[in-house]
Write a protein that binds this ligand. Structure first.
Ligand code: NAD
Length: 500
């Protein structure tokens, strides 16, 4: 790694500004100086927040590099993205170790994330070559009227910790394909993973085209408000996303926010209960329930509620969601991101119980949290007779599933539509009427029939409704739209030309 070491051994501050790894020069706001990541093979890293001057120079450096990138042309941009995908795959083993150590993914989750990210880079290597313009008939003689889509310029990409590599690629791959430059600000909780990722791909791109600035919300806010940032893409919580959307729209720049969710799966009486039990429990518990697409509620028809619960409990009893350290080969469910997150999940479970829910699993009740295991949260299964309690519609970022009996598909739709979120909903049923009624009436940006809510495809649009998103969806064509602006061109050529 080329960064200059701090005076004290092994302390590195890795802001990538204008093509150079820079030592941080101070703090902005509350970014913890104690943001230390002890990562096997990496050592101890300390990330200092980028200061105003570094943010300014990061943006200015990207602006210069972006102008050249736009001139590189589509073929060159496509080749660079293909090379980045190859490089990322070649680094997958080492990068997976970092993801495991820093954000607690199991090895297969980490490798899966990196492979998905590589596919996104490849997919958008193809996007770079696609036509995005249209031409129009006109009454004007010797005139062509057409639209072209041009890059916005320099994009602020603000990412959460739960998919540091994949969500960075969801944003930077289409932004780069369409000719933009990037200033990336990751979550403080994924500083190492994001630094390693940027280090891995940056040689495939012109120097300075991607800048990386570390820090907390203050640095994110500096970027969104920066007068030379031309567009913002954010993924994270709804509370922060709303602030980002307000700040960006008040500057009149395009902004895309993917935010929180509290997703439900309806299971009707005609459903294949074996399939539904696997889908529901995997969606709720894998990756410690920390996917934005995780299922939080199962809205099960009361006629089959006991049968479905028995199947989920039998998976839990069989150790199919064994909790433990990510490095342990038996671990299926790794730790949650932090002590604070663990406390929040625990509090959320207590709130659901205070609203009348009963605890089904763990069978011996909620164990006291041991300090040494403070980020390990047991999969928790609850049954709530109350469909409208606020607590069951909140986002819980942990391995928690709430069984909510319902009496019909209409009832399931009504319960699913409570609360402010609208990210993903699914239904398990063999009845076409139920499937299509649910699909048409449920308030969610993605709806699945007989499919789990998690593990969605990278090449189709992904966006939420309500409090789950703001602006255009991510991925696929809509991502290309989000990072470009339309220019309408009238081109008239001189009279007198001759057709041979
Ligand atoms: P978060 O909102 O706390 O932080 C997200 C990012 O925003 C971080 O980089 C953070 O430093 C930055 N930030 C904080 N305040 C800011 C401000 N005022 N201005 C600019 N940037 C600011 O989210 P998190 O805890 O990192 O991630 C978990 C959340 O992300 C959950 O709510 C989850 O549902 C959501 N998420 C959504 C999707 C999706 O596609 N809808 C995907 C993954 C995660």
């Amino acid at each position: 790694m080329e960064a200059k070491p701090n005076p004290s051994d092994q302390l590195w501050a890795l802001n990538l500004v204008d093509g150079i790894w820079e030592v941080g020069q101070g703090r902005t706001g509350g970014f913890p100086t104690e943001r230390r990541a002890h990562v096997a093979g990496v050592g101890s890293l300390v990330f200092l927040a980028a200061n105003q001057s570094q943010v300014d120079r990061a943006v200015t450096g990207v602006i210069a590099a972006q102008r050249a990138w736009q001139q590189v042309g589509a073929w060159g941009r496509s080749d660079s993205l293909k090379r980045a995908a190859t490089k990322l795959r070649a680094s997958a083993t080492a990068l997976a170790e970092v993801l495991m150590a820093e954000v607690g993914k199991t090895n297969s989750e980490a490798l899966g994330e990196i492979e998905n990210a590589a596919r996104l880079l490849e997919f958008h290597a193809g996007s770079a070559l696609r036509s995005m313009g249209r031409s129009f008939p006109t009454s004007r003689p010797r005139t062509q009227v057409a639209t072209a889509r041009l890059p916005l310029g320099t994009i602020a990409c603000i990412t959460p910790w739960n998919f540091p590599v994949n969500l960075a690629c969801v944003k930077i791959a289409p932004a780069l394909a369409t000719g933009n430059g990037i200033v990336l600000k990751p979550s403080p909780e994924a500083s190492v993973s994001t630094t390693r990722f940027v280090e891995c791909i940056r040689d495939c791109l012109p120097s300075g085209l991607i800048a990386l600035v570390h820090g907390d919300g203050d640095v994110g806010s500096l970027l969104v408000r920066h007068p030379r940032i031309n567009g913002v893409t954010f993924t994270g919580s709804s509370a922060v996303g709303r602030k980002v959307a307000v700040a960006a729209t008040s500057r009149g720049i395009p902004v895309q926010c993917e935010m929180g969710g509290s997703n439900s799966i309806a299971v009707m009486a005609s459903a294949d209960l074996d399939e539904a039990a696997v889908a529901v429990s995997n969606s709720a518990f894998l990756m410690a329930g920390q996917k934005c697409t995780a299922a939080r509620k199962v809205l099960v028809h009361e006629q089959v509620a006991n049968e479905l619960v028995a199947r989920i409990v039998s998976r839990l009893d069989a150790g199919q969601f064994a909790v433990g350290s990510p490095g342990n080969a038996d671990t299926v469910v790794g730790p949650v991101i932090s002590d604070q997150s663990s406390r929040r999940a625990r509090q959320a479970v207590e709130n659901v119980m205070a609203a009348g829910a009963t605890l089904i699993w763990p069978k011996n009740g909620l164990a006291p949290v041991q300090p040494s295991e403070s980020t390990l949260v047991q999969p928790t299964l609850l049954r709530s007779p109350d469909t409208s309690a606020r607590a069951i519609h909140e986002e819980i970022f942990g391995p928690v599933l709430i069984v909510v009996p319902v009496t019909s598909v209409d009832h399931a739709i009504a319960v699913s539509n409570l609360g402010e979120y609208g990210l993903v909903s699914a239904i398990y049923t063999a009845d076409l009427r139920e499937a299509m009624t649910f699909t048409e009436q449920v308030q969610a940006g993605t709806v699945l029939v007989n499919q789990p809510t998690t593990g969605l495809d990278f090449n189709v649009p992904f966006g939420g409704w309500g409090d789950s998103a703001f602006g255009l969806p991510e991925q696929s064509d809509s991502a290309l739209e989000a990072f470009t602006k339309v220019q309408t061109r009238y081109v008239t050529w001189p009279a007198g030309g001759r057709i041979e």
